[in-house]
Design a protein around this ligand. Structure first.
Ligand code: AMP
Length: 184
């Protein structure tokens, strides 16, 4: 059973690695950023509420995300495993998840922290060219990461779940390390 949280700054490569590993393991890759982008593209009520925050590089308010995660982790395909990519993003979300997993009788098997130097993050994000990847928004997203998300590294270290992975390597080297971690 693999139930992993992927942590890391924007551009750390967690989305790409989550997609590869989830496909190999046949478990859902749950990306809150992707859910939000799809909702925005479809013009759903969630998308309409989230758009301004996503465009500016701010976190959307917790109340828009928490119900969504609760529903997603309760679905049938999530019982046999999952990779969470982009959630939790702050301490209140992490506390919510800890309680939710207890309620659902699920256990998180590990938290992978993708470590990548700032100059590499910036270069990767500028090359990616997503709508929220212009230089001003990127700088803001990196600040939001440092202030709100980076404290989760300590949080999960205290829960004895944290595993650091050097994300500044070839894609395939990182995938290989993740496969090894999952098998161990
Ligand atoms: P990502 O694809 O994970 O980089 O997320 C893109 C954007 O979606 C972020 O900059 C936030 O605006 C929003 N977002 C994604 N996940 C969350 C979350 N867990 N909490 C709040 N906002 C989020």
């Amino acid at each position: 059973m693999t139930k992993l949280i992927f942590l890391g700054a924007p551009g750390a490569g967690k989305g790409t690695q989550a997609q590869i590993l989830a496909e190999n393991l046949g478990i859902p890759h749950i990306s809150t950023g992707e859910i939000l982008r799809n909702s925005i593209a479809d013009g759903t009520p969630l998308g309409i509420k989230a758009k301004g925050y996503v465009d500016n590089g701010d976190l959307v308010p917790d109340e828009l995300i928490l119900d969504l995660i609760k529903e997603r982790l309760g679905q049938e395909d999530a019982q046999k495993g999952w990779i969470l990519d982009g959630f939790p993003r702050n301490v209140p979300q992490a506390d919510f998840l800890t309680n939710l997993l207890q309620e659902l009788h699920q256990i998180c098997t590990g938290v992978i922290n993708f470590d990548v130097p700032d100059d590499v993050l910036l270069k990767r994000l500028l090359a990616r060219g997503r709508k929220d990847d212009n230089e001003e928004v990127i700088t803001h997203r990196l600040e939001v990461y440092r202030q709100q998300t980076a404290p989760l590294i300590d949080y999960y270290e205290k829960h004895q779940l944290l595993k650091n992975v050097n994300g500044d390597r070839e894609l395939s080297q990182i995938s290989q390390e993740l496969e090894t971690i999952v098998k161990s």
